[in-house]
Design a protein around this ligand. Sequence first.
Ligand code: ADP
Ligand code: MG
Length: 237
Amino acid sequence: MSIEVRNVDKRFGDFVALDDVSVSIPTGQLTALLGPSGGGKSTLLRIIAGLENADDGTIEIEGVEATHLPPQKRNVGFVFQHYAAFKHMNVAKNVAFGLEIRKRPKADVERRVDELLRLVHLQQFAHRLPAQLSGGQRQRMALARALAVEPTVLLLDEPFGALDAKVRKELRDWLRRLHDEVHVTTVFVTHDQEEALEVADEIVVINDGRIEQVGTPDQLYDEPANDFVMSFLGDVT
Ligand code: ADP
Ligand code: MG
């Protein structure tokens, strides 16, 4: 099983944002979508999520033909850079939200929220408001909320981009640990080579709307497919 992106094109007016993109993202892996700003990472992620339609090509998610499915039918969870928490709801309510709108039984919701808050070590903050959390804690809440509905795929767009270096590093380790516990197929967008190389099982390098290379961190280092990949990875400091 996998996410299969096949021959996807996306244009904005005359501008080609994605040019015949095909990539296979294996189930249960933590995959980084890595590339410079403007390369098409967010566009590809949004097309996988169903937030944007491709002009051409198809998307299959875990064996389901998804090209024309709306986002809510794709069973995906999202985390974005600027997380929009419900300001007036406490942490537990924020995490429960997706379950409550699906009318899950109250006892189930409570059990699941408890489990998730434990997973991201926020049990003791269950009754705080988002404004009373640090930036890192808020993104951990976002992770818990995205996982609440047990998505088959977790999509993250520069989830730690807005935070300072130390917190980013911490959250990176969180994402890795969380992934190793729940094994949900995860795709995270980053322009940070070091972040991708340290965290991901596999890296998809995208630039100028085209896939440059797909491989493990070791493969990318040992056998960069072209000059672009070599110089882009060479920028790691
Ligand atoms: P990345 O996430 O890799 O930085 P994006 O996928 O956001 O790149 O954008 C790829 C290119 O497509 C950029 O040049 C961007 O300006 C352009 N683009 C993205 N979304 C739109 C849009 N809605 N309208 C016009 N151009 C867009
Ligand atoms: Mg982006």
